[in-house]
Design a protein around this ligand. Sequence first.
Ligand code: IMP
Length: 185
Amino acid sequence: LSPPPVLIEAAELRAGVERLAAEVSADHPDGAVLVAVLKGSLLFLSDLVRALTVPVEVGFLALSSYAEGTGRVRLVMDLDIDLHDRPVVLVEDVVDTGLTLTWLLGVLRARGPASLRVCTLLDKSVRRIVPTQLDYVGFEVADEFVLGYGLDFAGRYRNLDHIVAGDVAALSADPDAHVQALYPG
Ligand code: IMP
C-alpha cells in the first residue's frame, strides 16, 4: 500500500492555527471559555491555546464516536464549567455533515452563554447535510477521510503532526493499513 497523500503539512497547520488564534483573540479581548470536543480536537486545542493572546478557561466534553453512525450523537462526558453568561468558543476538529455540531450547539445554547462561536480546524463543506454556523475555519478539505493532528481511524493516527488522506477501503479491511508508511518506528 502506497503512503497516504499529505493534505496539510505541519508548517501549514502551524500557520493556520496562528491565524485562527489571532481571530479568536481579537473577538474575545476579555478572554473566553474554550469548549473542546474530545478526542479529535486535542492537538488543535493545545496549539490554539498557546497561540491565543487572551486568557482562557478550557473545558472538555466527549461524544460517542463517528463509527457508531452519523447523526446519532451521545454525550459521554460533560463539561465541568458553568457556561451561563460566559463567552464561549466551541473548538472542533472537523465539521463534516454538520449533524454533530448542530446537536452540540443546541446543548450548549441551552446553558445560556453570553456568546457562542465555533472554531473548527477543518471544514469538509461539500459533505454538509445541515447548514451550520462556523465563525473560524482553519482549512477547507475535500470529501476525503482525513487522519492525523488529532483525527483518527479506529483510534489510530492521532499523533501525526500533519494531516493525510486515508484510504478508507484499506483501513476498513485493516485499521493499521497506514501504520508502516506513517511511523518509522
Ligand atoms: P459530522 O457530524 O458529520 O459533522 O461529523 C463530525 C465528526 O465526525 C468529527 O468531529 C470527527 O470526529 C468525525 N469525522 C468526520 N470526518 C472525519 C474524517 O475525515 N476523519 C476523522 N474523523 C472524522
